[in-house]
Design a protein around this ligand. Structure first.
Ligand SMILES: [Fe+2]
Length: 307
């Protein structure tokens, strides 16, 4: 059979591409390299009509790197690396209703996956097998585009700052009053009941060298170097800035769509506008590294080349 390059259709000006002509269950090395390059370039990739077994899904994740295990959500029996996504008739995004016993939907507010971990995931691979008749789209926003749209004075100011990311508020609501699961066998230390970490407000992407804003409503709590009121005002500004539609792509799911996102330079929100319907699938999450602030990278080759 003649080799055919996958087709790439950009979905917006700054982020996202739909890829066709690749079967994620059986990528040869050349195809995986192409997928990986596209992942770095577009930040979010959408591939439709895929058929992946759980083992194939895990194997795909492992080609990007070691897998991440969620601090709170337990995977299906024998699959700790699988993060189940399951919304049904009893699901809600309303904190009051969740406290009263309804099931919380996943990712209903802007966040970067598990940014409260000291080494947040590199990326996620979400495979939705069952989708609602309407609604349930996922919005993704580019941290590159958000950073690049700021004035040089604001960029310089933000590059000096560090933020506290905490899982407590979100995870207490979603998983009840329980401690993080023991992840020691995966080399992850959990010294606090809920994961917490300090990260630079602007991080330097370890593979592209590009700068990205790295704060999100779901997990970021405070900017360490500022007073509380200053911190809250600046974070609110940054959240709203990142929510600018021009920095976003909106992914409309169909059954058996796989979406991969680079968690180091994007954040996302699953829109909950499908109450009463089923939205079901599984996520495999790839381990990332400790976010690097911008200044430490100034002597690296990409910085010297002005890339
Ligand atoms: Fe998420």
């Amino acid at each position: 059979m003649p080799e055919q390059a996958p087709k790439v259709r950009k979905l917006s000006g700054h982020i996202g591409a739909e890829i066709s002509g690749l079967d994620l269950a059986r990528l040869d090395d050349r195809e995986f390299k192409r997928l990986h390059d596209l992942f770095l370039e577009h930040q979010v990739l959408v591939l439709r009509d895929q058929t992946l077994t759980r083992d194939q899904h895990i194997a795909l994740g492992k080609r990007f790197g070691e897998l991440h295990v969620h601090p709170m959500a337990k995977g299906p029996e024998g699959y700790p690396e699988i993060f189940p996504i399951e919304a049904g008739a009893n699901s809600t995004n309303d904190p009051k209703a969740i406290r009263a016993g309804k099931k919380a939907v996943n990712g209903g507010h802007w966040h970067s996956d598990v940014s409260c971990d000291p080494e947040p995931p590199l990326g996620s691979i979400l495979y939705l097998r069952e989708v609602p008749e309407f609604g349930g789209d996922t919005l993704f926003s580019s941290g590159y585009a958000a950073y690049e749209a700021l004035s040089p004075a604001m960029q310089n100011f933000l590059e000096e700052l560090t933020a506290v990311h905490s899982g407590e508020a979100t995870y207490r609501l979603h998983y009840g009053d329980q401690r993080a699961q023991d992840r020691s066998r995966f080399g992850i230390k959990s010294e606090t009941p809920y994961p917490e970490a300090l990260h630079p407000v602007v991080r330097c992407h370890p593979e592209t060298g590009r700068k990205s804003l790295f704060v999100n409503r779901g997990f970021t709590r405070e900017i360490v170097e500022l007073g509380h009121a200053e911190s809250q005002a600046l974070l609110e500004f940054l959240y709203r800035h990142q929510e600018t539609p021009e920095f976003q792509v909106r992914v409309q799911w169909t059954a058996n769509t796989v979406t991969l996102w680079d968690n180091r330079c994007t954040q996302h929100r699953a829109v909950f506008d499908y109450a009463g319907q089923v939205r079901r699938g599984e996520r495999v999450t790839v381990k990332g590294d400790r976010p690097e602030p911008v200044l430490r990278h100034e002597s690296l080759p990409w910085a010297l080349a002005g890339a």
